[in-house]
Design a protein around this ligand. Structure first.
Ligand SMILES: [Mn+2]
Length: 354
């Protein structure tokens, strides 16, 4: 919160006040989850406006921020603007829908609403650098994800479908964490060439590669991991592609350090795959930030212009997808450190054959 105050004060064209409506951003600053509420920040003060449903719990849990049980949002906002002499009020342009924005303008005619992305940017940039508390939560989420992986390796057999495997992973994660990071991906055989394919009724067959992409949530913090395993006999072509993806991932990991620009890291792997003739077979980004959202800044894509910094948590997940045949993706989640990285993902990347 203190950092946000400082960054707001430092903005080139002064913003007196900001309205945070994205519940993930509210959670970030207050550690409190709600689906309905506003966090109003001035240069040195903050107010959490919520209603009867959340008020008592918020009052207990949220420290250093005035919690207001709002019965009349207009009146409460007007009051805050007046008490703090706010005339330039920023909204989260990437979160506020047109209808809400029009109604703000209508209700507060004297206020100049700032709609450029500066306010969003300072929040998202703050969220990129994880605190020790956040790192611990992400670590816990990843530990559960790996227990789920160990569990599923013993579950997979020839009488199981992709859906059976996905449901078993989901059940394990739901029993041991606060939720699923996203809809679990389990794709096998020729379906594995679909990077974000949906699990189907297809039975696991001899020689299939099975790609599983899944994660758990702990106190709002996500984990993200992908492993590709083999069922039965492995063809030399599959082995070869697996090794290329694995070396591509290693190349990226070895190059992670403070100061490297995200697109350069992405391009290292892309160029490496090109040597083997795989240009368009790696059609997605190398990775993404992870935290209170499963996908957040920075983006490790060909357009990612952010420099990696100590404290960022990102995935490194190259893949090669041969349409109609099979695909391989290997994904680890790492913490960027001064001289390299710390890998949250501990499980082996040697090709596992079941
Ligand atoms: Mn991912």
């Amino acid at each position: 919160m203190q950092k946000l105050f400082e960054l707001m004060k430092a903005l080139p064209h002064d913003i007196d006040c900001g309205i945070i409506s994205n519940s993930v951003n509210i959670k970030y600053f207050t550690k409190f989850s709600l689906t309905d509420g506003l966090l109003i920040v001035t240069h040195d003060d903050a107010y959490l406006l919520t209603d009867f449903r959340y008020y008592e719990m918020a009052k207990m849990r949220v420290k250093d921020i005035s919690v207001i049980c709002s019965k009349d949002l207009n009146a409460d906002l007007k009051n805050i603007f007046k008490t703090n002499s706010c005339s330039r009020v920023a909204i989260e342009s990437s979160n506020v829908v047109v209808k809400t924005f029009e109604s703000y303008k209508e209700r507060f005619k004297a206020i100049n609403f700032i709609t450029d992305s500066r306010f969003d940017d300072i929040i998202l940039n703050l969220r990129m650098i994880k605190t020790d508390y956040e790192i611990k939560k992400i670590e816990q989420a990843q530990e559960i994800t790996e227990l789920a992986f160990d569990h599923i390796l013993n579950f997979i057999s020839k009488d199981k479908t992709e859906l059976d495997i996905a449901r078993e992973l989901n059940a394990f994660i739901l029993n041991n964490s606060d939720g699923l990071s996203f809809d679990t991906i389990v794709v096998s055989g020729s379906n594995s060439s679909l990077p974000h394919g949906t699990p189907s009724n297809k039975l696991i067959q001899n020689g299939d590669l099975i790609t599983m992409d899944f994660g758990a949530i702990v106190d709002g913090y996500h984990s993200d991991m992908t492993r590709t395993v083999c069922f039965g006999e492995m063809s030399s072509e599959k082995q070869e592609i697996y090794n290329i993806v694995l070396s591509g991932q290693k190349l990226a990991l070895d190059s992670v350090k403070e100061g490297i620009v995200c697109c350069d890291l992405d391009s290292l792997v892309r160029k490496y795959f090109r040597k083997f003739g795989f240009d368009s077979e790696f059609g997605h980004s190398l990775g993404h930030g992870v935290g209170l959202d499963i996908h957040e800044k920075p983006s490790l894509s060909p357009r990612g212009n952010v420099e990696l910094k100590k404290g960022m948590v990102v995935t490194i997940e190259p893949g090669i997808y041969l349409s109609g045949k099979f695909g391989v993706r290997i994904e680890d989640m790492i913490l960027v450190t001064e001289n390299g990285y710390k890998n949250f993902t501990k499980c082996s990347k040697n090709l596992i054959c079941i």
